[in-house]
Design a protein around this ligand. Structure first.
Ligand SMILES: *[C@@H]1O[C@H](CO)[C@@H](O)[C@H](O)[C@H]1NC(C)=O
Length: 141
């Protein structure tokens, strides 16, 4: 009996954390595929800058145009309005993970940045989101 309970608990755990971080990145790529080029061309930023973010999680850029290209992604996916209002429902569904605990953590940890420069603010939201999802799925940043 105890063994059955333990096995069921184990199953439940694997069922809720079955997204791998690679799946999440693939889902995010799918979400932005039709808007990415337009955002990066408009801001005059090489799309390889986005690859550094998606593949390596590198949020160390000082390129303001890159931050504005990230803002463009957030506005076009309607996670954020053009005036900086966060849509929590979209913020959750567009994390790329179906894990509700991680979706909630992203909203709790990442919606509160207040930089008046919306490009700076969005870059921080994106960095926070990336790290929150990664640590939620892998236990490390
Ligand atoms: C990105 O997030 C990490 C982890 O929370 C933090 O240590 C780092 O300072 C952040 N970088 C930027 C540019 O916000």
């Amino acid at each position: 009996m105890l063994l059955t309970v333990l096995c069921l608990m184990l199953l439940a755990t694997t069922a809720t954390s079955q997204d791998s971080f690679g799946d999440v990145i693939a889902n995010i790529r799918h979400t932005i595929k039709d808007i990415k080029s337009n955002c990066f061309q408009t801001e005059g930023v090489d799309e390889n800058e986005l690859e550094r973010i998606l593949m390596l999680g590198k949020y160390d850029s000082t390129n303001h145009d890159l931050k504005c290209a990230v803002k463009c992604l957030y506005v076009n996916t309607e996670i954020m309005s053009s005036t900086g209002e966060i849509n929590e429902a979209n913020m959750k569904t567009k994390t790329g993970t179906s894990n509700v605990d991680i979706q909630d953590a992203v909203v709790a940890n990442c919606k509160g940045f207040t930089d008046s420069d919306l490009c700076e603010r969005t870059y921080k939201i994106s960095n926070c989101t990336y790290h929150t999802i990664k640590s939620g799925l892998t236990g490390r940043e």
